[in-house]
Design a protein around this ligand. Sequence first.
Ligand code: MN
Length: 248
Amino acid sequence: MKSRRTFIKAAGLFSAWSAVTPALAESFLTTPPQMSVMGPEEIGFTQLPLSYSYNSLEPVIDALTMEIHYTKHAAGYAKNLGDACMAEKVDMTQVKLSELLGRISMFSVKMRNNAGGHYNHEFFWRSLTPFNSRNPNAPTGEMLEAIRTHFGSFENFQAQFNDAAKNRFGSGWAWLIKTADGKLKVGSTPNQDNPLMDLSELKGIPLLGLDVWEHAYYLKYQNKRPDYIAACWSLINWEIVERRFKNA
Ligand code: MN
């Protein structure tokens, strides 16, 4: 009974995609069902409420920046993603956003920018935790071990991540990812691209992402992007990053 349900679900996914890509069906039908519990974090097509208030990231990120970022920029990506899905016949009730990103080269630039923009922001909000001056905010346990294994030390990892975020020319994101061969890697993507996209140079499962668009920091930091990057370390929700690492 379970396998029949799985098949029906997969067949539904097939029909949802078939307008776009008949060839895709085979890969879904041959993917073992247990794969769905591992892999990239699932983020839906709609904008979720924040789990903290606009001012709870102060003094690192000011309340006005958060409010504009969430209600204008991020909300815009979510709305435009819905419009693009409608226009390009993607059934948002059947297709996972992470799967859409994995096939993004088949869609329009509008889809690429807004599917990425929406995913990246939902992912980013969850990666942060309210500012607490008593919280040392560093990884522990398996996450810390993995960082030491791949980067030598937490400080080396931070230095690499800072460089990736600083050196991304123009708008984009810095990432910590887990690659297909199980390694941790730091890098960046332009605009609203992300490492789940088939056309991304940096490819893997995102564990941590930092928005380095000017809209993320300009009100408080103006042109001083490195100061914003340095300050953001105190906001990272390492519990979530570690959970992503274990599930990836
Ligand atoms: Mn942003």
